[in-house]
Ligand binder design. Sequence first.
Ligand SMILES: Cc1cc2nc3c(=O)[nH]c(=O)nc-3n(C[C@H](O)[C@H](O)[C@H](O)COP(=O)(O)OP(=O)(O)OC[C@H]3O[C@@H](n4cnc5c(N)ncnc54)[C@H](O)[C@@H]3O)c2cc1C
Length: 354
Amino acid sequence: MHEELKKLIPEVKENEILAPYTTFKIGGPARYFFVAHTSDDVVKAVQAAKEYEIPFFVLGGASNILVSDKGFDGLVIVNKIQGFTAYAEGNRIFVTVGAGESWDETVARCVSQNWSGIECLSGIPGTVGATPVQNIGAYGQSVDAVIKEVRAIDSRTWTEAIFDREACQFGYRTSMFKKNSGHFIITQVTFALTPGGRPTLSYHDLKNYFTERPAPTLLEIRQAVIEIRARKGYVIMPGYESYQTAGSFFMNPIITQEQFQKLKPLIKECPDPWYWPLPDERVKVSAACLLQSAGFHKGYRKGNTGISLKHSLSLVNFGGASAQEVMAFAEEIKKRVQEKFGIALEEEVELVGF
Ligand SMILES: Cc1cc2nc3c(=O)[nH]c(=O)nc-3n(C[C@H](O)[C@H](O)[C@H](O)COP(=O)(O)OP(=O)(O)OC[C@H]3O[C@@H](n4cnc5c(N)ncnc54)[C@H](O)[C@@H]3O)c2cc1C
């Protein structure tokens, strides 16, 4: 098999350990491993996988996944497609970026040009191509607000498709790409930014940061976001203390009014705000607050895994943790939160090879 696969993608590697690629630093080998630098590389790899009926998985910066200890028994395609171009039209600037570019470097580049729209998304690890997948969000912005279009290879037809914002079907930490995992390999994303636009200053942490200075620049917002994130152990950047983690392990659950009224008297120790009413009457609840209230405090340890010392929603590998250990701990958390509050937590982190 390997020799035949090699004929189609000569650069393919075999049994590549995935742990070092991931921010969790956990995970066994990929049976096959291929780095794609162009759309043609992606098509070639997907065709090869189809030809030999090998499952495949697309990897960006591996910052939102937990890979199983036995690894992934298929072909991992690492997306390294580069590129950055911009053109102005009307009062917008359209920035087209290769899927394999670093997201934070892209934000830095746009902020340095004084283009607003993504400044609050500073410091999020990973690649540009992954941003529409789970519709990343933080500090009052989410990426769907500025996505103009996404280009992707359709793995069933091997052709390129273009999706406008509506076709991406964005929701809270989800999109059409996430719901149809494996169907589309994103090659390029175009963002519609605003030259000289005002920064978004809506999130409580950021507002508090700028109480003395009401009109911060985009660069000041970026620096503030990174500083606030660093206090929570949520940046993986040179010069900052970082954890081996995939960030928030669970999504903030969205519950009905009825569930919320039952929950409210049970929550005693969470700092405000720990819930956010939604326009449809439902309520989004802080998963960090639920974990904390269920007894899983910052720094809680369970063998080699546990909760970050700086943020209760971040499960971390304190060194030498296995995927199995992390999963067992995550199950324990889910069970206790369900028993105490009747709320089912769902993983934000994607599980690979389980
Ligand atoms: C410390 C830390 C802080 C974080 N903070 C935030 C935060 O504030 N907000 C937030 O939303 N997220 C946050 N995250 C999660 C993560 O950084 C984002 O989800 C990020 O967009 C993942 O990018 P990635 O390139 O690492 O994707 P990966 O982890 O490699 O992949 C994630 C998913 O996207 C798919 N994918 C990746 N690239 C492509 C592609 N080109 N085409 C199709 N599918 C693709 C993968 O198959 C997988 O399903 C954080 C993570 C960490 C470790």
